[in-house]
Design a protein around this ligand. Structure first.
Ligand SMILES: [Zn+2]
Length: 406
């Protein structure tokens, strides 16, 4: 962040110089043009085509003035150079440009991989609603089969756009069309607090939430009768398991119109409900399409950005101590990167003996007693053909240990 603001300061300097220079240059050019025009007008009034000596001196004088002006502009423009180059230097000083040692180019090389990468970028663009850019990329990269997957994203973006404008109809239609699939997906287990019995409730709450918003909208507009009719028509399907919520909504009927704002039910008007419904719709729709809610590309890039400073640091340390060879097996990172909760997708196993995260080269091994340690630890603890489990401690043959896969 400091680096960004340092560069920002230099860029601001350039901008202010630019605008100042722009103003003075425009003014001096305007002056010159007007002088030339004035002279031309004088010349045009002359009856014969011969120039008088007065004209000649005027002309000479003006030419000198103009070349003077041009010289001045050129000097000022040259001065600008140093300010611009300072920005470049500030960027070099504040940002590390050598990321080579922290990346593996071969991962993305080759026609097949390039194709995959293009597909990931396309999916991201469709997902964000950048359809024209996606279109161009699809054409230029030759990824044509992806077009068929574009439609659901288009629909999704249209509905999201409508929700942003507080238009619920497209989302309601979508929820009704996909009701069965949503209910299957939204099935959740509820534990009754009275008898502790578990019941499976097979209802996604998206459709009810949408109806609820529509109902509150009608109430807010003051159309009490319309709101009641809407509730009668739409709520009965959802009452089961949502009795409390429906009761609250019915209570709000007393305060239709502007009174709703100052009523005990004012929280129904909270704009956060709209943000929530967008989020919920996106989650449900992505789940139905078999996609993750977050764009995989965005997650990968964000995770990379989080990891980069630590990796650059360790690279520097390795160079200073001349241990560059340590990070040759690039399948794993030389240090542990602590990513935030929302970027963790796979469970990891750290060996309890060596306190290292397991990897392909050092997988977790299940001993016959059921305890799990890493293969490196197993090799270290083995003496001859015997291994004593560090936990139980049952003696066993290390050959009997099995790799386990998470
Ligand atoms: Zn054991």
């Amino acid at each position: 962040m400091d680096a960004c603001s340092a560069v920002g300061r230099e860029a601001d300097k350039v901008l202010s110089k630019f605008s100042n220079l722009g103003k003075t240059i425009n003014k001096s050019i305007d002056d010159q043009i007007s002088q030339i025009e004035a002279l031309r007008a004088v010349l045009a009034t002359g009856e014969d085509e011969q120039l008088t000596s007065v004209h000649k001196t005027d002309l000479k004088h003006l030419t000198l003035k103009i070349s003077d002006g041009i010289g001045r502009i050129a000097t000022e423009h040259r001065d600008l150079h140093s300010t611009v180059s300072k920005v470049g230097k500030a960027i070099d000083r504040n940002f590390v440009s050598d990321f080579d040692s922290t990346s593996r180019e071969d991962v993305l090389r080759g026609p097949n991989k390039e194709h995959l990468l293009n597909e990931v970028i396309l999916q991201h663009l469709y997902r964000q609603g950048h359809l024209t850019i996606a279109q161009t990329l699809a054409e230029e990269s030759g990824v044509h089969e992806y077009k068929s997957q574009k439609e659901p994203f288009l629909a999704l973006n249209n509905i999201l756009g409508a929700l942003k404008e507080r238009n619920l109809e497209p989302a309601l239609n979508w929820a009704a069309e996909n009701r069965d699939a949503l209910n299957l997906q939204g099935s959740s287990i509820f534990f009754s607090q009275t008898d502790g019995r578990a019941t499976v409730q097979q209802k996604s709450s998206l459709e009810l939430r949408l109806h609820k918003l529509k109902f509150v909208d009608l109430l807010n507009s003051g159309d009490r009768m319309q709101a009641i009719l809407y509730a009668r028509r739409n709520f009965p399907n959802f009452v089961q398991g949502q009795e409390k919520e429906i009761q609250v909504l019915m209570g709000a009927v007393m305060y239709a119109g502007p009174d709703l704002k100052s009523s005990p039910y004012s929280s129904l008007l909270d704009p956060c409900h709209w943000a929530e419904i967008e989020d919920m719709f996106l989650r449900d729709a992505c789940a139905l399409m078999g996609l993750s809610v977050e764009s995989p590309l965005a997650v990968a890039i964000n995770a990379g950005c989080t990891a980069l400073p630590a990796l650059l640091n360790i690279k520097q340390v390795m160079q200073q101590r001349q241990v560059a060879g340590v990070w040759n097996a690039k399948d794993e990172l030389p240090i542990e990167i602590d990513l935030p909760e929302n970027m963790r997708f796979h469970s990891v196993f750290a060996c309890p003996i060596l306190r290292q995260q397991v990897s392909e080269g050092n997988p977790p091994m299940r001993l016959t007693c059921g305890h799990v340690i890493s293969r490196d630890a197993l090799n270290k603890l083995t003496t001859g053909h015997k291994l004593k489990c560090p936990y139980c401690p049952i003696e066993q043959n290390p050959v009997d240990a099995r790799i386990i896969y998470f």
